[in-house]
Write a protein that binds this ligand. Structure first.
Ligand code: C2E
Ligand code: MG
Ligand code: MG
Length: 559
């Protein structure tokens, strides 16, 4: 390769031997892609615009000079032959129609070339606004789509790998610290990821980054290790040190998807799978494959099952009794949804709720459970000594407009006093929208219903923030009990936390108590209630009634 011509290296010439016509065509495609590539000059990103000509020896000339002359003459001929005004007008039209690959070129006329340069500058400044994140200075979703479309159109055979990186529970950093802390964390992550992906890094929304890599398969673990490091190496913001947990989805072009949109959809599907499958730190990387499609199909089946069971009222509600330690009897129950699977079994409740949330059905499910549980309480529960019915509320159900009057309306329709209801809200989910949730919980409790914080201990587990919320009951997650049986330290911690809840006038329920040993340990704390398989699994209505008749020593209640 050498530089040629009189205009200070404006032309570069390269020689390649023994190429067929087809190879030349492929090569030309790759070449024009390379020429349009962004480059960095003194820290600034620039796009090069360049034309290329080819000459073939001996057809186009017998000496190096002849061949060079042919290339340069062809270049200027092209400039003369193309009608500049028509070309400019057509390009402006394409630009106005939203085309993103328009490049204004040089013309023989000096003034038109100047105009062309000015239009290029204008196009770039508009692109900057449309395609770049103004805060983090990396490409956005539109830029990702544009770049990947271009990659594919230039060389449909070229392999590349798309990584989606999502920070686990990122919103809690904004909620618990400040938005500027969240921004500072994202800024540092962006900087670190740029070291890995260079210009092929995009921020798709919020805390979701996309990176593209052209390296081959075998490099996967190395790359993943570097990504993990970028998130997990400590980040210091003001006085606090953070280490973030990342979920990574991976998808290959052209194996898993063949368009920019489909690649994004598939890689997001992989990340969402990592999120919802409860993958721990060790298993937070999901490579897209057909199994994910299978998961999707099963999900669609469950949605249909749920819709039918709501319509035909075959969705079941089971109840698990809560034992009051001081009063030595069962005074509460928790309502738990049960969706028949069609093969004699049931779809796990957690999965039903998650799918209902994703598919806009959680409001209907919630309404159904409230209606069933309150009716049961009115007609049978109270007579069996049950004073409080626990009903789980999905935060999604809570955060919709006018949720409180509608929820209370459904209770009142059954004739039940709202005081008999304890709504259970999961701690980890609540904390992600704590400001909004606080107002709604205040409104709910103004009607006399009680509020329980469910699964306490697996999330943030601070009693501090709870003091501002109208929480009456803390339900300690099973994992807390399990840990405390084996460790003196954990036991002391659990005991102290229960004591603090007691001082703050919150009732404590120990959930998921299975063994005599766990039960014994808990009776030496100030927990008020015990719920778990130790006493009973969740039971259908009739079986629960029998259980309560046998254990609360109440007779004469008809089935
Ligand atoms: P949760 O509210 O924490 O309910 C307690 C879960 O622990 C129930 O699982 C129950 O069967 C299980 N459990 C009870 N005792 C034991 C025990 O001793 N050992 C073990 N290993 N597990 C025990 P289930 O019914 O599968 O429900 C799972 C979650 O699904 C619930 O957790 C709740 O968050 C959600 N859910 C269930 N029904 C509803 C509903 O109607 N609405 C909403 N929004 N969520 C619901
Ligand atoms: Mg619950
Ligand atoms: Mg729970």
């Amino acid at each position: 390769m050498c530089r040629a011509g009189s205009q200070g290296g404006k032309f570069a010439v390269a020689v390649k031997e023994e190429m067929t016509d087809e190879e030349r065509l492929d090569f030309a495609k790759g070449l024009s892609l390379k020429l349009m590539w962004k480059i960095r000059i003194r820290g600034e990103k620039l796009f090069l615009s360049a034309n290329y000509q080819t000459a073939v020896y001996p057809k186009d000339g017998n000496s190096a000079e002849d061949l060079l002359n042919k290339l340069i003459t062809d270049h200027y001929m092209r400039l003369y032959v193309e009608s500049p005004a028509e070309d400019l007008t057509e390009k402006c039209r394409l630009l106005a129609a939203g085309r993103t690959d328009v490049e204004f070129s040089e013309y023989a006329d000096y003034q038109l070339t100047e105009l062309s340069k000015a239009l290029n500058q204008y196009r770039k400044s508009v692109e900057q606004i449309a395609y770049f994140d103004p805060v983090y200075h990396i490409g956005n979703r539109m830029k990702y789509l544009k770049d990947v479309d271009m990659l594919i159109s230039y060389d449909a055979k070229r392999y590349f790998r798309v990584y989606s990186m999502d920070i686990r529970s990122f919103s809690k950093y904004n909620e618990l610290f400040s938005v500027s802390t969240g921004d500072a964390l994202l800024m540092e992550i962006t900087r670190r990821l740029e070291h890995i992906f260079g210009n092929n890094l995009y921020r798709i929304n919020g805390d979701v980054f996309i990176g593209i890599s052209f390296e081959a398969d075998k490099d996967k673990d190395h790359k993943v290790g570097r990504i993990r490091n970028a998130f997990q190496s400590p980040i210091v913001v003001e006085d606090s040190t953070f280490t973030l947990d990342v979920l990574i989805g991976i998808c290959d072009y052209p194996l898993h998807a063949k368009t920019s949109e489909k690649l994004l959809e598939s890689v997001q599907m992989a990340v969402n799978y990592a999120k919802t499958s409860g993958a721990g730190m060790a298993n937070n990387v999901i490579l897209y494959d057909d199994k994910l499609l299978e998961v999707r199909r099963e999900e669609a089946r469950i949605v249909r099952l749920l819709e039918t069971s709501l319509k035909e009222k075959t969705l079941e509600v089971w109840y698990q009794p809560l034992y009051h330690l001081k009063r030595e009897r069962f005074t509460g129950t928790e309502a738990l949804v049960r969706l028949p699977h069609g093969n004699g079994g049931y779809v796990p409740a957690g999965q039903v709720i998650e799918i209902a949330e994703k598919n806009g059905l959680v409001g209907q499910v919630g309404e159904y459970v409230i209606h069933r549980a309150c009716t049961f309480m009115m007609e049978k529960g109270k007579k069996l000594g049950i004073e409080s019915m626990g009903i789980n509320l999905s935060v999604q159900q809570l955060l919709v407009e006018n949720s409180v009057p509608s929820i209370i309306g459904h209770i009142k329709k059954t004739g039940l006093d709202p005081k008999c209801i304890t709504f259970e809200i999961t701690e980890t989910v609540l904390i992600q929208s704590i400001e909004l949730a606080k107002g709604i919980l205040d409104e709910l409790s103004s009607y006399g219903v009680r509020i329980a914080l469910d699964d306490f201990g697996i999330g943030y587990s601070s009693l501090n923030y709870l003091l501002n919320l109208p929480v009456n009951v803390l339900k300690f997650d099973r994992s807390m009990t399990k840990k405390s049986v084996d460790s003196e330290k954990q036991y002391a911690l659990l005991k102290a936390m229960i004591q603090m809840a007691d001082i703050s006038q919150m009732d404590v329920v120990a959930e998921g108590v299975e063994t005599k040993e766990e039960w014994k340990m808990l009776t030496s704390t100030s927990a008020s209630y015990i719920q778990g398989f130790y006493y009973s699994k969740p039971l259908p209505e009739e079986k629960l009634m029998q259980f309560l008749r046998d254990n609360n020593h109440i007779e004469n209640v008809k089935q």
